[in-house]
Design a protein around this ligand. Sequence first.
Ligand SMILES: NC(=O)c1ccc[n+]([C@@H]2O[C@H](COP(=O)([O-])OP(=O)(O)OC[C@H]3O[C@@H](n4cnc5c(N)ncnc54)[C@H](OP(=O)(O)O)[C@@H]3O)[C@@H](O)[C@H]2O)c1
Length: 279
Amino acid sequence: MTTLVTGARGRVGRTLIDLLHERGLPVRAASKAPEELQLPDGVGAVACSLGDPGTFAAALEGVRSVFLYAEPEHIDAFLAAAGEAGVAHIVLLSSSSVLMPGAATHPIAGPHWAVERALAAAPVTATVLRPGHFATNALGWAHALRTSGVLRVPYPEAHTDPIHERDIAEAALAALIEPGKAGGTHTLTGPESLSFREQVERIGRAAGRPLTVQRISEEEWKRETAAYIPGHLADALLGVWADSDGREAEIADGVRELTGRPARSFSQWAQDHAADFAA
Ligand SMILES: NC(=O)c1ccc[n+]([C@@H]2O[C@H](COP(=O)([O-])OP(=O)(O)OC[C@H]3O[C@@H](n4cnc5c(N)ncnc54)[C@H](OP(=O)(O)O)[C@@H]3O)[C@@H](O)[C@H]2O)c1
């Protein structure tokens, strides 16, 4: 009855491993770099890269369910290997971006869309989780907020629906272990729509000091982030933020559907991560 958790270095995957282990359920951590994992005693690790089909068979041996990151390149090979291993249930970490027009060819939505399609065609029970904007994206602001107290972005009033990584992991856990919860598609968001400015204010409150937001041009932002955000992704993000500038994000009830309780607030997330933003 082992569950294989892919992307074990990812924040959602890692949280899910702990949740399964705390309940005494057999879990195997799969990662491109298993040697870097620090796992609880009794949790085994296996090398598994979703970009390398040669790693699939060994990782899937004896596995009954899988938590899967959305990597489309070799998804057909992964699903074939899962079928051969006897996997009965796959929980996919997709994205609510698949709901946008033109998702199939969009740089962010496209890979999730492709994996959802492949999973829908496979003879396995599939639970599709479509989270919106991860609250952990705000960790990308941590350096700037720690060092200058100012976030420089082109769209301070762009709204998102930030969701706590623990809510995504708990939704996955429910789909994996609770009777009647396997299968179906769930859109998961945080409990409220917040602009980037409002998110920074809440982080400031949790960190105990005032933090502010400064509007800069798209060109300035692209120059400042060029070292770690490739140009095509930067353009896609700018398009998403321009569309959501001053426009509230739609809130969905997927966390409650799966876990039976409301999603955690962004203020809660900011408190949980206050140390990341300390001066
Ligand atoms: N950021 C958002 O707002 C957002 C919104 C909706 C959906 N998502 C989905 O969530 C993923 C990020 O999750 P996270 O926050 O847990 O990651 P993370 O903390 O950024 O960690 C990255 C690690 O997660 C695993 N991983 C992440 N994306 C993967 C992929 N597409 N295929 C295979 N492994 C992957 C890899 O683990 P190993 O190296 O250990 O194999 C990678 O090293 C995105 O890739 C996207 O599919 C993100």
